[in-house]
Design a binder for this molecule. Sequence first.
Ligand SMILES: Cc1cc2nc3c(=O)[nH]c(=O)nc-3n(C[C@H](O)[C@H](O)[C@H](O)COP(=O)(O)OP(=O)(O)OC[C@H]3O[C@@H](n4cnc5c(N)ncnc54)[C@H](O)[C@@H]3O)c2cc1C
Length: 455
Amino acid sequence: MQYDVIIIGAGPGGIFSAYELTRLKPEMRIAVFEAGHPLSKRHCPIDGEKIKTCIGCKSCSIMSGFGGAGAFSDGKYNITNDFGGTLYEYIGKAKALELMRYVDEINVRYGGAGTKLYSTAGTKFKKLCIQNNLHLLNASVRHLGTDINYVVLENLYAELREKVDFFFDTPVESVHVVEGGYQVRAKGQDYVCKDCVISVGRIGSKWMERVCKELDIPTKSNRVDIGVRVELPAEVFSHLTDELYESKIVYRTEKYGDLVRTFCMNPRGAVVNENTNGIITVNGHSYEDPARQTENTNFALLVAKHFSEPFKDSNGYGESIARLSNMLGGGVIVQRFGDLIRGRRSNADRMRDSFLTPTLNATPGDLSLVLPKRILDGIIEMIYALDKVAPGTANDDTLLYGVEVKFYNMEVAVNERLQTRYDGLYIIGDGSGITHSLSHASASGVHVARAIAEN
Ligand SMILES: Cc1cc2nc3c(=O)[nH]c(=O)nc-3n(C[C@H](O)[C@H](O)[C@H](O)COP(=O)(O)OP(=O)(O)OC[C@H]3O[C@@H](n4cnc5c(N)ncnc54)[C@H](O)[C@@H]3O)c2cc1C
């Protein structure tokens, strides 16, 4: 089978590459290979009753399939260069913002009209944060919500399926350089293309590493973020979330000088399991529809860990810590903040006596047996710092779920077109290690499509 362009991975990076290519070059023959299911067949079996925790499906419907890891996400598209990736280092700040705004326009046109665009511009909370040694990062955020995000993906798929060949449940095994292009092997079949866009996200990190080794594409990796997901009554953060929806706040710890930050804030949302390569960690999401909202707000507190030579396996370090929590708790561990600072585990009785109802069924336990002291100290310091701008954060009943790990794919060597050292082989999205968010991954897809169209 011969194509002009083969896209590997149908997450936001792959989808927006396909979208922009079909717009600019409708005559091109384009194929998208996706390891997971079509959107309509993506169902996580956890129902909270019969199946309470992850059963390790062959293809994880949370992370894989049309829409990628973003399909059941909260659909927060942050338009900013302050976080979410370093795309701007390759294409410039103005261009990166322009592409993120372009993606926003498309999301609005394909079902997101009526959703809200929040902004930190001119907010009084910036001053309040600085007065308490906290730093609020600048951003505009379009909150689609899990429900509208799904509608946008449905609409994009309805249009793309007419113009692009989709191969679902078809993981690509290998990519080889051949004369005039690339040979992509999947399910024992070979497909040939002139240009190849690889957008395999976090779940494809190990595969990506192998491909880079085989093709001798340089990579580097030295960072992992480790922490917990905090859950508390929505009222505690409502003054911030009502105005900003999501606030990215950074704190430098007094003890070690480490940076701790809030991440992925979900007002009136739910905490969920995440399965990365068989390891169960936590994440969170929320719905735009008030009927599906909860009484709690959740967000992650993450400590950034950068390693220096000779250690290279930062993701392996994060995985080992996550594995430890899986070993002790059979999955995710939950602990009341009051129990943590008193040095005792949370148990079923203490959880029952709590005023807060958890939104995820996790095993009550002791996070101090899982998280390294330095990381735990940073998280505790940050909780007390946040308590000054959102009193109630450091309440005894505040729940901490662990562990949340933000794995960073190794960063792949690409140029300003996001092209590797091979002509026509592009690596984009979270799989490139350059982006870590919906908006940056999508923007990288548009960028690469324009580069291919220009050629
Ligand atoms: C629960 C959850 C909530 C999130 N919430 C937010 C949020 O609100 N805002 C935000 O900015 N970010 C959020 N994120 C992160 C966001 O989803 C990712 O940054 C984004 O999806 C990255 O897009 P991508 O296209 O690079 O990769 P992905 O979305 O990971 O897509 C990669 C796709 O490639 C496929 N694939 C992998 N290997 C192969 C292979 N060998 N062959 C074929 N296909 C393959 C995978 O199955 C997958 O579908 C969330 C993530 C999760 C898990």
